[in-house]
Design a protein. Structure first.
Length: 383
């Protein structure tokens, strides 16, 4: 099958089929080496992090018992926000990926872990691990690419509703966990197809509502009641911490999938995809954030989104270690390794959202990167 190339500059045009398979072998070797070296230092890392996060969560909630004092409100809110970020990003996301299943610890395992999030773990694992990572940045297949509410590519038809997508994106950022829960249960598709009475959909919906009730009871009823005279200030603090966590998570994920330099792909281009071509799609369809160890920790090491998409099941604490090797593979094969500071990547992602909300580029000026989908294969590689 021959795929028609739609982008003027194909970032893989210089690679032969042999090159792509050699690239896959190099990445396999990196992965095999890390898997063989997993051990006590990795286990100690995740156990120490979980213990620290839980102490920070409990300590912050204790401080909020006195949140009618402004300093206690600020300290408790900040601590709770950090605890929730660590729970969702470096711990929950990565444990649910199965990155720590090799430890065979029933308390730190993808089949038993739950997180401080309104999306049930089982639904998230299906939509994220089984769909998003399989169809990374494939327009029409990867629902993470805009969560079904935004125009994320030039070739998607523009509609007047897209004018509001910067506002939708902002609202989605503030309440991101609810957007993820709606996406996990495929709410948009079922509403569009009028299949909300489907038994599977209704069962998934009930699971989400149970999780929302549990989260709301913990955050907005029990903790404020325990605060007594600090009821209202604790309520406000918990809401603020949740919004901070949501905006941070949304920003990190946007940086990994939307900045200039990150490619999208045609639906037909992945038919019959080889392992090497899958690796290439992960490499070109992801972007990194440069920064300190603290930033990487708070980002759940999704600041190494490229490494995560290539090796989603490796322990997250190893991504920074292997990043220079992965970058060298990019260099040797003439591929662009997309990375930048957090402010730069956030600004680039938001610019893309704003630009694509308009019917044409000319309304806001040209962008130096052509964001139309690429075909992961060249006619010379596919007969």
């Amino acid at each position: 099958m021959t795929v028609i190339q739609k982008k003027p500059h194909n970032p893989i045009a210089h690679l032969t089929a042999a090159d792509i398979e050699a690239l896959a072998a190099e990445l396999d070797a990196i992965r095999d080496r890390v898997i063989a070296s997993r051990g006590e230092r990795d286990a100690a890392y995740i156990r120490r992090l979980i213990a620290t996060q839980r102490k920070l969560d409990l300590g912050s909630r204790a401080v909020l018992l006195f949140s009618f004092f402004p300093p206690a409100w600020v300290l408790g809110t900040a601590g709770l926000a950090v605890a929730k970020i660590l729970d969702n990003m470096e711990i929950g996301h990565n444990v649910l990926h199965g990155q720590w299943d090799w430890m065979r610890d029933p308390k730190i395992h993808s089949t038993s872990w739950d997180w401080d999030h309104v999306s049930p773990a089982e639904q998230w694992k299906q939509s994220h691990n089984e769909l998003h990572h399989k169809y990374t940045n494939v327009v029409g297949r990867d629902n993470d690419l805009g969560y079904g509410i935004m125009r994320v590519d030039e070739d998607q038809p523009w509609r007047p509703m897209h004018l509001g997508q910067p506002l939708w994106n902002l609202i989605n950022a503030c309440f991101f966990e609810y957007g993820i829960a709606a996406y996990d249960m495929e709410l948009g598709r079922h509403l569009q197809e009028k299949t909300t009475r489907d038994p599977v959909f209704r069962r998934r919906g009930r699971a989400v509502l149970r999780k929302i009730r549990r989260q709301a009871l913990k955050d907005y009823v029990l903790l404020p009641i325990l605060s007594g005279p600090s009821f209202l200030s604790t309520l406000a603090a918990t809401f603020t911490a949740n919004v901070i966590r949501n905006v941070w998570s949304h920003s990190v994920i946007m940086c990994g999938h939307f900045p200039s330099g990150v490619e999208t792909f045609e639906k037909t281009s992945i038919e019959g995809e080889t392992k090497g071509e899958w690796y290439l799609r992960q490499m070109l369809g992801s972007g990194n954030i440069s920064g300190s160890r603290l930033l990487h920790l708070m980002a759940g090491n999704l600041s190494h989104q490229i490494e995560h998409h290539i090796f989603p099941d490796l322990p997250s604490n190893r991504y920074q270690e292997i990043a220079p090797e992965v970058r060298e593979v990019f260099r040797r094969y003439g591929l662009s390794y997309t990375t930048g500071s957090l402010p730069r990547q956030v600004a680039s992602a938001w610019w893309k959202v704003i630009r694509l909300s308009l019917p044409s580029r000319s309304a806001v000026g040209p962008d130096p990167v052509d964001d139309r989908p690429v075909a992961i294969r060249e006619p010379s590689l596919v007969g």
